[in-house]
Ligand binder design. Structure first.
Ligand SMILES: [Zn+2]
Length: 262
C-alpha cells in the first residue's frame, strides 16, 4: 500500500445530463474496467444540469451501473443552492445544506433517500453539491444509514467515531501524487472533445493505479485519522485555494534573482 491509488468520480449525473459525452466516457470506463463513483442527483432542478432532453431510462441505467459495481452516491436532493455557506470544508461558497436548521436538512435528506428507495437504488455514499455541508449533515447521514462521504482534502480515508467513513476527494484532474488514495472529480456536462481525449490518455497512464470504493473500504474502513493526515489535509487546502502556490513561486523567483545578483 506504499504507492498512490486513484478513485474516479463523476458528479451531476441526472436524466438531463450531457448524454453523448457520457456514452463516450462510459466506453472508456468499460475498456479500462474502471468502476467510478457516480454522484446522482435524486430530483434535479438546477438548470445548469439540463443539457439534453430527459432520458426515460435514466433509473434503469443507474440500477445497471450499480449492478456492474459502480458506486452510486446521493448528490444532494435537488442541486439547488439556497445560501452562500461554504460549509465545514470551505471549498465553494454555496450550499443546498450547510447552515440550514437540522429539521430542514433532515426533510431534504429523507426526500432524497425516498427517491433512491423508490427506484431500487442503494445509497453507497454521500456527495454534497459544491462540497458544502456541515456537522449537522454528517450527524444526519450517520443516523439515516449513509456511512460513506466522498469529500475532504486528507491524503487517506478514515472512519469517524460516529461510523462515517470519509473517502477524501482532492483532485479535479490526474496528477502524480505520493502514497494515499486520491479521488479525481469530473464534471462531464461541460467537457469538450479535447477534455475527453485527455481523460482517455490519463486512463492509459494511470489505469494500473485506479481502484474502486469496495477495495478502498476493505483497506481503510475503521482506520482513525492521524495527525499527519490532518497536516497534509491542511496543506492540500492551501494548495487548492491557491495560497501555497504563489508563495512557492515567489520564493523560487527570489532565489533566481539572488543567483543572478550573486
Ligand atoms: Zn453537483
Amino acid at each position: 500500500m506504499a504507492e498512490s491509488r486513484y478513485l474516479i468520480r463523476f458528479d451531476d449525473i441526472c436524466p438531463t445530463m450531457n448524454w453523448s459525452m457520457w456514452e463516450a466516457i462510459e466506453a472508456h470506463l468499460v475498456q479500462f474496467q474502471v468502476k467510478p463513483i457516480l454522484a446522482v442527483v435524486p430530483d434535479n432542478r438546477d438548470p445548469k444540469l439540463m443539457v439534453d432532453p430527459p432520458r426515460q431510462d435514466f433509473w434503469d441505467r443507474v440500477r445497471q451501473w450499480q449492478a456492474t459495481g459502480y458506486t452510486i452516491a446521493l448528490h444532494g436532493y435537488q442541486h439547488l443552492y439556497v445560501n452562500k455557506n461554504a460549509g465545514m470544508l470551505g471549498v465553494t461558497p454555496q450550499s443546498e445544506f450547510a447552515g440550514l436548521p437540522r429539521a430542514e436538512q433532515e426533510a431534504k435528506l429523507r426526500k432524497a433517500l425516498a427517491i433512491f428507495a423508490e427506484q431500487g437504488v442503494r445509497v453507497d455514499a454521500w456527495v454534497a453539491p459544491s462540497h458544502s455541508f456541515d456537522r449537522t449533515t454528517v450527524g444526519l447521514l450517520a443516523e439515516l444509514g449513509v456511512g460513506v462521504i466522498s469529500d475532504g482534502l486528507w491524503p487517506r480515508p478514515f472512519t469517524e467515531a460516529n461510523g462515517i467513513t470519509w473517502l477524501p476527494q482532492q483532485l479535479w484532474s490526474f496528477h502524480p501524487k505520493p502514497e494515499g488514495v486520491w479521488t479525481v472529480c469530473n464534471h462531464h456536462n461541460a467537457w469538450s472533445a479535447q477534455r475527453l481525449d485527455q481523460f482517455a490518455k490519463d486512463l492509459q497512464i494511470y489505469a494500473s493505479r485506479i481502484t474502486d470504493v469496495p477495495a478502498v473500504l476493505c483497506d481503510y474502513e475503521g482506520r482513525r485519522i492521524s495527525l499527519s493526515d490532518r497536516w497534509s489535509g491542511f496543506a492540500e487546502f492551501l494548495w487548492t485555494h491557491r495560497i501555497l502556490g504563489p508563495i512557492w513561486a515567489t520564493r523560487r523567483r527570489l532565489r533566481e534573482l539572488g543567483k543572478l545578483a550573486g
